[in-house]
Design a protein. Structure first.
Length: 268
């Protein structure tokens, strides 16, 4: 890339940068400002290059606290053991490092720009970033990709349940902070819409690497107290009757956006 890239958002700039390479891409985001643009790229590009994320400890913590967004970012991450690592103090630019370029990302309130390094500097900058990443500590990012989660739900509970879980997670992306525990709400609500057995929901969420069975149980109890779900018994072929999640007739809200808003207000 030998020209500046202008766009209305950082996501547009990343589209241009990512579209010009087969990867891998190293995204340095000291303030976390590239997190949501990366999630948008994961949504929009059919075959994005693998990404390694270079960020600060606080930004990594913030990303884990935006679980629905983090599942989108995880779609892009390289398959090595530590694709998210901690920036050293000497590197604090928001930049994207490709095999051919180093592009600084600058933003204003209504515009973004990708500013490639001069060719005389690009090679040494790439080496500096790559060597720093190789030596950096892991950020311990353990969030599964959205597609992995949804494929697990579809396999275990059905495509319609997976679609509802995705709808709830997508609405949650607009919230400032949603932990993996809080995001488990999506599975309880999606399962209740299709009268899934509670034990199967718990197993599925744990199998997807999203949250523990105990976390799902706590979310179910919270949502039950608030009137969004209830349970009834279903006879089993062997053993005791199963608990089945259902949506009560007098539930406070019915569409994903209103439900997520209501639960968020309840927890504020």
């Amino acid at each position: 890339m030998n020209r500046n890239v202008l766009g209305q958002s950082a996501a547009e700039v990343l589209h241009e940068v990512f579209g010009g390479t087969d990867g891998p891409v190293l995204a340095a985001t000291p303030t976390g400002s590239l997190v949501r643009p990366l999630a948008q790229v994961a949504d929009d590009l059919d075959d994005p290059p693998p990404v390694e994320l270079f960020t600060t400890e606080q930004s990594a913590k913030d990303l884990r606290g935006q679980a629905p967004v983090a599942t989108k970012v995880a779609e892009l991450l390289a398959s090595d053991d530590d694709p998210v690592r901690l920036l050293p103090p000497g590197l604090r630019a928001t930049a994207v490092v490709t095999p051919d370029d180093v592009v600084a990302i600058a933003r204003t309130a209504d515009q973004a720009a990708g500013l490639p390094a001069a060719s005389s500097l690009a090679s040494s900058l790439r080496t500096q970033y790559r060597e720093a990443f190789a030596d950096a500590r892991s950020a311990l990012f353990r969030v599964p990709p959205r597609s992995t989660v949804l494929n697990t739900v579809a396999t275990e509970l059905g495509d319609e349940v997976a679609a509802d879980v995705d709808a709830f997670l997508t609405v949650m992306e607009s919230l400032d902070a949603v932990s993996l525990s809080e995001a488990s709400t999506a599975f309880v609500l999606g399962g209740a819409r299709h009268e899934c057995e509670l034990y199967r929901i718990r197993n599925t969420v744990e199998d997807a690497g999203f949250a523990s069975q105990a976390t799902v149980t706590r979310r179910k109890q919270l949502l039950e107290r608030a009137g969004f779900v209830t349970t009834r018994k279903r006879a089993a072929d062997i053993g005791r009757p199963r608990q089945v999640l259902v949506v009560p007739d007098d539930a406070p809200a019915d569409d994903p956006e209103r439900i997520v808003e209501s639960v968020d207000e309840m927890e504020a």
